[in-house]
Design a protein around this ligand. Sequence first.
Ligand code: NAP
Length: 253
Amino acid sequence: MNATNASRVMIVTGGSRGIGAATVVLAANQGYDVCFSYAGNTKRAKDVVAAAHGAGGRVLAVQADMSTDAGVRKLFDACDAEFGAPDALVNNAGTTGPIRKVADIDADTLRAVFELNVTGYFLAAREAIRRMSTARGGKGGAIVNVSSRAAPLGGGGEWVHYAASKGATDTFTIGLAREVGAEGIRVNAVRPGLIDTELHAAAGAPDRLTRLMSGVPMGRAGSAEEVAETILWLAGPQSSYVSGALVDVSGAR
Ligand code: NAP
């Protein structure tokens, strides 16, 4: 356990698999009490709780839909009751929607992607600010938004809808960092490249990593754990003067 983070509280959205799960386990390992949400995969959420307990942390899993106001409030209320106000929020729960060209896009896909990736991040940040802001009696904190290298690359031919939602995440990160900088809250984003998680298969492209690997200058996909390391750094006191930054974790992609 890292004494620096003793009794600090972290909320992670979408912590049952992939980057979120790696973040929960690493945070527990560093001494955080962690409250995380998941959509519906209770078995995987329980696996993460067990792994995090093994790392020595106190962890609470909450089934809650991060694309809704009620779901976001449910997560924060559960954290308040179990651990108290969060010191860090990791906005991670996200979806690509299906691979689809703009000429074939439908309103339901756009709604689902933007409601989770953009509205959900705003709502969770709102709840975090209400608890963290020194202007509201809080003790400050850090927000880390999981964006994507798709934001500057654009996702053409695959998922411009997803890339555009991550572009919104980047702008949200910069604007919010400036808005709450004087209230003791730092806001940053990580922009992962090709990361080995189940997201690609969920989008209907299980071979996507292999197919795109040659375009990664480092010649390999990244792991969820490698992204989690950067998230933990941005969430913790080691990055105390970093705010409004978009940090690429992409093997130079
Ligand atoms: P993943 O493996 O597909 O995991 C998604 C997680 O989000 C799961 O824990 C899932 O819960 C949860 N989730 C989904 N919808 C939710 C909802 N409505 N409410 C609450 N939780 C929900 O994804 P990942 O690859 O780790 O991606 C995590 C983040 O990184 C996303 O924002 C993604 O856009 C970003 N990213 C990923 C990559 C990549 O290559 N993997 C690259 C760039 C950026 P269940 O288990 O219950 O379904």
